[in-house]
Design a protein around this ligand. Structure first.
Ligand code: IPD
Length: 262
């Protein structure tokens, strides 16, 4: 049984996903003109947010809003807000790489209670509601059962274009690569977390990340049985700007490594 809010979120994600898939087919033809492709993708991103906003705010006009493109708007109900990334993995989309997603989360009193991540290019719809488990296309998700770091594959985001603390992430990589089965940088945080929920990745961390990128992923990982914390290990995760999550077996070691500051 799915809540009325979840129905609204899925409808919005699918509608935005359809619009993005149509635009994604065009992107390849635009690669010759770098500026043209950049402007086109920016329009696709804004159109996706417009569609999602129309659906969500149309259905729940009193909820607050935080969207990557249109920013924060308080609602009459101060306890609830939508957190939306209309196109997570923008760089992948721009380069014709089919790994991007729509991410929608609903927060109530500071806690994420419903989440949808839609990978429209692969038609994979990830959903979770608090206490109701995590799902992908109707199949229940569980985090992986791997216990050994040397068998585990982790995901991260590496700051690019000078937009974050690169040395700390490079230190993480230097510490993790020799003792794990590898680290991936796929470029879409919401899918990195959906993949942790699905047991494809064993964990994920990122040192410089926005609330709209991780809000839905937080609930997906928790509902799939994983642990989610800030890198410092204190306070709520969604607005912290950094995150570490993993299956319960490898979480302590991953967290210990990314919490080493020297
Ligand atoms: C980015 C992606 C990427 C992460 C960056 C985000 P955007 O989001 O999620 O994986 O490493 O930190 O900014 O800009 O494509 O929505």
């Amino acid at each position: 049984m799915q809540s009325a809010n979840m129905n609204v979120m899925i409808k919005a994600a699918r509608k935005a996903g359809r619009s993005l898939v149509k635009d994604f087919r065009e992107v390849e033809n635009l690669q010759v003109s770098v500026k043209g492709a950049g402007d086109f993708v920016s329009r696709a991103d804004h159109e996706s947010e417009r569609i999602i906003k129309e659906e969500l705010r149309g259905a729940r006009p009193n909820y607050g809003w935080l969207g990557e493109e249109t920013g924060a708007e308080p609602g009459e109900d101060p306890t609830r807000r939508w957190l939306v990334d209309p196109l997570d993995g923008t760089t992948n989309f721009l380069h014709g790489l089919p790994h991007w997603a729509v991410s929608i989360a609903l927060e109530h009193k500071g806690e994420i209670i419903a989440a949808v991540v839609f990978d429209a290019a692969k038609d994979e719809l990830y959903t979770a509601e608090k206490g109701g488990g995590a799902w992908m296309n109707g199949q229940r998700l569980r985090v992986s059962g791997r216990r050994k770091m040397i068998e585990s594959v982790f995901a991260t985001g590496v700051p690019f274009g000078g937009n974050g603390p690169l040395p700390a992430t490079l230190k993480d990589l230097a510490r993790l690569m020799p003792i794990t089965a590898g680290v991936r940088r796929f470029g879409t945080a919401s899918l990195d977390m959906a993949y942790v929920a699905a047991g494809r990745f064993d964990g994920y961390w990122e040192r410089h990340i926005n609330a709209w990128d991780i809000a839905a992923g937080i609930l997906l990982v928790k509902e799939a049985g994983g642990f989610v914390e800030t890198i410092r290990g204190d306070g709520p995760v969604v607005d912290a700007g950094n995150i570490v999550c993993a299956n319960p077996q490898v979480f302590p070691e991953l967290a210990k490594i990314v919490r080493t500051w020297d």
